[in-house]
Design a protein around this ligand. Structure first.
Ligand SMILES: N[C@@H](CCC(=O)NCCCC(=O)O)C(=O)O
Length: 249
């Protein structure tokens, strides 16, 4: 595939409040990173009709599931925890429909933050609902005073994330209080914070190019290395699209 691949991005949703009407939005870092990496971002608003989601995915070559508030654990059979601030149900319903269809068709996927957590639970893994309670010796993964809060990262060298960051000290941007507990079957952990918290997962399935980062390579303070994650993703999307074309030719 020589032309630019079309990459879908799910938009966030905020319900109407007092004098503000409901609105949908996306942090610019997500679509700017796709643009810089050579893809064309296509922002998909929340939708609750599986057929409409199917129709829009038919037009796309890959998908980036973005970060945001928390998945509601009750949707996965767990109890609500006091620290959980759930996504608006309008976004969560749409994200879950997108995720199920993306997985079914093995569309190339990058999940970031909540997007990675959704990938993990939809594929059969589960989450710690609150790092402070579940992993009391963990370093801070969220600093409400500093949206660019960073911590170091240990990577598996034989992985996409390992290829991107190479040797040397790595510092990544972190904004979360939940984390992966059990990793979904078919995925492996390719980066951890030195405290053990899972920071990246990658598909081991031959027929699915899918990865997720708990950290935020799209943030304002992203490094040149962070940007390489999007380049690797867009290259993978291109390769997948080229294979599909060869199969139908
Ligand atoms: N449920 C998560 C959220 C992690 C996350 O995606 N943070 C980014 C929020 C900012 C954004 O919208 O990009 C958690 O574990 O806290």
């Amino acid at each position: 595939m020589t032309c630019k691949p079309l990459i879908g991005l799910n938009a966030d949703y905020r319900a109407a409040a007092r004098s503000t009407p409901a609105f949908s939005y996306i942090a610019a870092g997500y679509f700017q990173s796709i643009l810089s990496a050579g893809g064309i971002p296509v922002i998909v608003p929340p939708m609750d009709d599986p057929d409409s989601i199917h129709t829009i995915l038919d037009q796309l070559n890959g998908f980036l599931l973005i970060g945001g508030a928390d998945l509601d654990p009750r949707n996965d059979g767990f109890m609500l925890h006091p620290s959980v601030r759930p996504l608006d149900p309008i976004r969560e319903t749409s994200d879950r429909l997108l995720m199920a269809d993306i997985a079914e068709r093995r569309m190339p996927l990058l999940g970031i933050g909540t997007g990675m957590q959704l990938l993990n639970v939809q594929q059969g893994g589960n989450l710690f609902l609150d790092i402070k309670e579940d992993l009391p010796s963990a370093v801070p993964h969220l600093d409400p005073q500093d949206p660019s809060h960073r911590h170091t990262l240990n990577v598996e060298s034989d992985s996409l994330i390992g290829r991107v960051y190479g040797d040397g000290e790595i510092r990544v941007s972190s904004r979360h209080h939940m984390a992966i507990d059990e990793v979904a079957p078919g995925f492996r952990v390719t980066a951890r914070c030195p405290d053990g918290v899972v920071e990246a997962i990658e598909s081991e399935m031959m027929d699915w190019f899918a990865l997720g980062t708990q950290f935020h390579p799209e943030c304002n303070a992203a490094s040149a290395l962070d940007v390489r994650i999007f380049e690797e993703f867009v290259d993978g999307v291109r390769e997948h699209a080229a294979q599909d074309l060869r199969l139908v030719a």
